[in-house]
Design a protein around this ligand. Structure first.
Ligand SMILES: NC(=O)c1ccc[n+]([C@@H]2O[C@H](COP(=O)([O-])OP(=O)(O)OC[C@H]3O[C@@H](n4cnc5c(N)ncnc54)[C@H](O)[C@@H]3O)[C@@H](O)[C@H]2O)c1
Length: 292
């Protein structure tokens, strides 16, 4: 496994669909590993937004002396963008990373299935949605899997490779190879709601939000308590803000529905913050306030 940041020669071609927090991060990781990357966005403005995020992250890595400025330019040069599916016929792996919504993902998979070569792998970065359902909606269920990065994709070591029962072994093996090429640690997981990490993490995060709503302690003190008392690198409310409260609500709803477990249902405070447009870091305000 190569450490993240190690430069490679060109490998294959990847498309990342979605220009949000995760899309930009995944594009940067794959380009650093030597893949040619295309970001497929809905508009030129959102593609430019994703490229700006990549540039900001590369600048940070140069400042920290993790890469040279020549390497940063080389990585950026490997990332292109498009607003059209028609340019995606020659990709080896498509990684869908748009909003956590089954209908939207289904539509995107159908476009990808139409345009990508039959050998291409169609992957999703979904946090909890059933990948088997996406797979059987395509003409190539054996070539569909989950490649689930964590946030921020550039810093987090783990990637869950989610393997539906209908997937070919060669698909899982190729996905693990891609993850390994990206300098990440892969674990293979069956297609069960929340996979490993989110199935274990989100009940904890939801309970932290419940505790904040009950006023057991201040928001700051809840986070301080879990950092100092359990050695967590960040507190649960700050983590919810990092994930995005809209995404967190979507994840909890899917877990509650799939596992028939009411305690997974998002606590009302999460829904109220989303209603108010306080989605966490990405809007500058969630449980806490953030400055750009
Ligand atoms: N945020 C996290 O911590 C995290 C971690 C791992 C996986 N994920 C998963 O990654 C995916 C993306 O999450 P994110 O945090 O990047 O979200 P985000 O809100 O930052 O970005 C969502 C993207 O989806 C696009 N989008 C929304 N509706 C669309 C539509 N109808 N058609 C096409 N594109 C559309 C938006 O333009 C945006 O680019 C989700 O499936 C999420 O569950 C998120």
């Amino acid at each position: 496994m190569l450490p993240f940041g190690h430069m490679n020669t060109a490998r294959g071609k990847i498309v990342v669909i979605g220009s949000g927090i995760m899309g930009a991060g995944i594009a940067e990781v794959a380009a650093t590993a030597g893949y040619d990357v295309v970001i497929k966005a809905r508009s030129v403005a959102s593609a430019e937004g994703a490229m700006a995020r990549v540039r900001k992250s590369l600048d940070r890595r140069v400042r920290k002396e993790q890469i040279s400025s020549d390497e940063a330019a080389e990585i950026e040069g490997r990332i292109g963008s498009t607003t059209s599916y028609e340019e995606l016929g020659d990709v080896d792996i498509a990684i869908e990373s748009v909003a956590e919504d089954m209908e939207i993902k289904r539509e995107i998979f159908s476009e990808l299935d139409r345009i990508c070569s039959p050998e291409a792998i169609l992957a999703t970065n979904t946090s909890t949605l059933p990948i088997t359902e996406l797979a059987i909606g395509t003409s190539r269920p054996g070539r569909v899997c989950g490649i689930h990065f964590f946030n921020p994709a550039t810093a987090m070591e783990l990637v869950e490779v989610v393997v539906p029962d209908v997937a070919d072994q060669s698909t899982a093996d190729a996905a693990v190879q891609f993850v390994t090429d990206c300098g990440k640690q892969a674990v293979r997981v069956k297609d069960r709601a929340g996979f490993v990490v989110n199935a274990l993490l989100f009940p904890y995060l939801n309970n932290a939000a419940r505790m904040a709503a009950a006023g057991t302690a201040s928001r700051e003190d809840i986070d301080i308590a879990m950092k100092g008392g359990c050695n967590m690198p960040m507190g649960p409310l700050a983590l919810l803000d990092l994930v995005g409260l809209d995404t967190s609500v979507a994840i909890l709803n899917t877990l509650a529905e799939a596992l028939k477990e009411p305690s997974y249902e998002p606590v009302p405070l999460l829904g109220e913050l989303v209603e108010a447009g306080h989605l966490g870091r990405k809007t500058g305000r969630g449980f806490f306030d953030y400055e750009e």
